[in-house]
Design a protein around this ligand. Structure first.
Ligand SMILES: *Cc1c(COP(=O)(O)O)cnc(C)c1O
Length: 403
């Protein structure tokens, strides 16, 4: 490392002082006093698990995304498992999904002993490319699981057309996309089933938690049963009805989201529009400032969507820097910017390599993007100063390593 200075001083990894003193994480929950109160109130109530808050949260959530039904789960992953199960995926079946996602999107297919089949992503949005997905359709294909990467909605109309043509179920992994819109429709109201996550880095949190939304009453009923051992009514309903009788009619799990968590979810949902507004504001400021920096490629937004900005992933053009992404990443961490990488393509993980073989080179768009991606911090609690720090750090590091 040479010790050439930049307009912002020496890089921290070369002994300079960092842009900020404290680490800025890439994502973080926003918990306020009303959230705390909502949980405490529920703690003092009669119901800790399935009680009145579950249905209240589900109804409010369904109404927020414009869906008829919402079924809560103990995590986004459990929700994904629910969708592939009620879609009827079994051993021998296939579901097509994106390699540019969190492993859970593909893992849920394996839970059903079915096979996840990857198809490459589009170069601009890094979302599953419908044309690539179509090439992977066989007579065993049952579902397509597009992911709204970073909060940018997938090409839902193209996937719906594929579904109609081939008799497939569309499960949208919208864990990044609560509040997004596609062609004037809200994410959660479009696919056969849409999955959301309430992990603390996501748009709203319940600690752990997830939701499936659907317009289909039968799917909603099957999802409710699946998350409750395959039993056809819940304990609270039986108590209210004064009956002991229930039937387990399919094999399910305990994937319930407790009242405690739903109370937090309800309180968080009230602030969702304000949080979303702030995420969009942060993204707009980043884009305005960072698109001026040579070699930095800002996230692309298509004209027919309004993204929800769970992530703000930039790409660093390898031709414009003297070092690779890893070194740029290390330098940004040195400046106390808590950058991250989303995602290591799923087929690169050791488990997937062991099970399906080394498929390096099979998904060139996802693989080349992976080499360049860096997620910058974005969460509603960020201050204007935090945004400035990130922009300064990216400018500093890009200047130092720029060709
Ligand atoms: C967060 C996430 C999940 C899993 O959600 P959990 O609630 O953490 O189980 C699945 N898919 C994507 C794309 C995610 O970002």
């Amino acid at each position: 490392m040479t010790s050439i200075s930049t307009a912002h001083g020496l890089l921290a990894i070369a002994g300079g002082s960092p842009v900020r003193a404290k680490v800025l994480r890439y994502g973080r929950q926003s918990i306020e006093e009303d959230d705390v109160q909502a949980v405490v109130e529920t703690l003092r109530s009669d119901w800790l698990t399935t009680g009145p808050r579950v249905a209240e949260f589900e109804e409010a959530f369904a109404s927020y995304v414009g869906a008829k039904y919402a079924v809560s789960f103990s995590s986004g992953t459990a929700a994904l498992h629910g969708t592939v199960s009620v879609a009827g995926l079994l051993s021998g079946d296939e579901a097509i999904t994106s390699p540019m996602t969190f492993a859970a999107t593909a893992n849920c297919v394996l839970y059903q002993n079915a096979t996840p089949v990857f198809a490459d992503v589009a170069p601009d949005t890094l979302n599953l490319d419908p044309a690539q997905a179509e090439l992977k359709i066989t007579r065993r294909t049952k579902a397509i699981i597009p992911v709204d990467y970073a909060g940018h909605p997938a090409e839902m109309e193209a996937f719906s057309a594929l579904a109609a043509k081939h008799g497939l179920v569309i499960i949208e992994d919208a864990c990044h996309a609560l509040g997004a819109a596609y062609r004037g429709r809200k994410t959660g109201s479009i696919a056969d089933m849409t999955v959301f996550s309430f992990h603390p880095v996501k748009h709203l949190t319940t600690g752990e938690g997830g939701m499936v939304t659907t317009q289909d009453a039968e799917l909603a009923e099957k999802l409710r049963r699946f998350r409750n051992h395959g039993i056809n009514s819940d304990a609270r309903k039986r108590q209210l009805e004064g009956t002991w009788h229930y039937e387990m009619i399919s094999l399910g799990f305990n994937y319930r989201l407790p009242d405690l968590a739903c109370a937090l979810g309800l309180s968080q949902l009230k602030k969702q529009n304000a949080s979303l507004f702030r995420r969009r504001q942060i993204a707009a400021r980043y884009t305005a400032a960072l698109q001026e920096i040579p070699g930095v490629i800002v996230p692309q937004v298509r004209a027919d969507v309004v993204p929800a900005w769970h992530l703000y992933p930039i790409r660093v053009d390898p031709l414009r820097f003297t070092v690779g992404r890893a070194e740029i990443f290390r330098a940004l961490r040195g400046e106390n910017i808590g950058v991250n990488v989303h995602y290591i393509p799923v087929h690169f993980h050791p488990y997937y390599r062991d099970r399906f073989g080394d498929r390096g080179g099979e998904f060139p768009m996802a693989e080349s993007a992976y080499e360049q991606l860096i997620s910058l911090p974005i969460f509603p609690g960020m201050t204007d100063e935090d945004i400035e720090d990130v922009v300064t750090a990216v400018s500093k590091v890009a200047e130092f390593f720029g060709r």
